[in-house]
Design a protein around this ligand. Structure first.
Ligand SMILES: CC(C)(COP(=O)(O)OP(=O)(O)OC[C@H]1O[C@@H](n2cnc3c(N)ncnc32)[C@H](O)[C@@H]1OP(=O)(O)O)[C@@H](O)C(=O)NCCC(=O)NCCS
Length: 179
């Protein structure tokens, strides 16, 4: 996968997710999402490499984050970006988003989109730095069993990702991410 060959920052390395990562990824998701996906569901996606891109971030050999998109016609729909709480705020999320953006461009896609909790300022700000702009709201998009965690989603888009300006912005956003 050529798009994840970005220069490493510190000792964080990105690579495609493998079946052996599913349990630790589930562990991360359990800490950061109210309604994490089942490993069996993600395992099926790993086998569908035409339609799914799943990456993990490793620090010193331990998986500390992951991110994914699925391809819908000519769009990449980002489904997850998650970093272990103890590792947040050190630029790993930015590395993962940068890698997804580069892979979407490498696949010749035209646009990227995602949904994010409207209250999730850290994630919204992260995506904004990469050129994603809010384009609307999906009411009650997050609707887990019971009322806990029920919330609207902000829909964000990055268009014309094949233009050189998009990857230039991705490079800058990644370089400026801490540390
Ligand atoms: C959202 C998430 C993936 C971000 O990952 P991360 O590794 O913390 O992200 P980064 O370190 O690259 O960037 C976030 C922080 O760096 C800051 N930062 C990085 N580069 C910056 C820059 N150039 N300018 C200003 N601030 C910058 C951000 O403001 C933020 O700071 P904070 O720690 O004060 O909040 C992570 O917080 C997470 O896993 N959250 C739970 C799951 C989730 O909500 N995922 C998104 C679902 S759509």
């Amino acid at each position: 996968m050529s798009a994840i060959g970005a220069p490493p920052s510190g000792d964080v390395v990105l690579r495609p997710m493998a079946d052996a990562d599913l349990d630790v990824v589930r562990g991360i998701d359990t800490l950061v999402y109210p309604d994490p996906w089942a490993p069996e569901f993600v395992a099926g996606q790993l086998r569908d490499t035409e339609r799914w891109v799943h990456l993990v971030a490793e620090r010193s050999g331990a998986v500390v984050g992951h991110a994914a998109f699925t391809v819908a016609v000519d769009e990449a729909h980002v489904t997850t970006v998650a970093v272990l709480p103890d590792e947040q705020g050190s630029g790993i999320g930015a590395r993962l988003v940068a890698a997804l953006c580069r892979e979407a461009v490498a696949r010749g896609l035209d646009a990227m989109t995602l949904e994010v909790r409207a209250s999730n300022r850290r994630a919204v700000d992260l995506y904004r730095r990469f050129g994603f702009a809010p384009a609307g709201v999906r009411p009650d998009y997050y609707n887990p069993a019971g009322d806990d965690g029920r919330e609207d989603a902000l829909v964000m888009w990055a268009h014309d990702i094949g233009e050189p300006a998009f990857l230039a912005r991705v490079d800058v956003a990644e370089q400026e991410a801490r540390p």
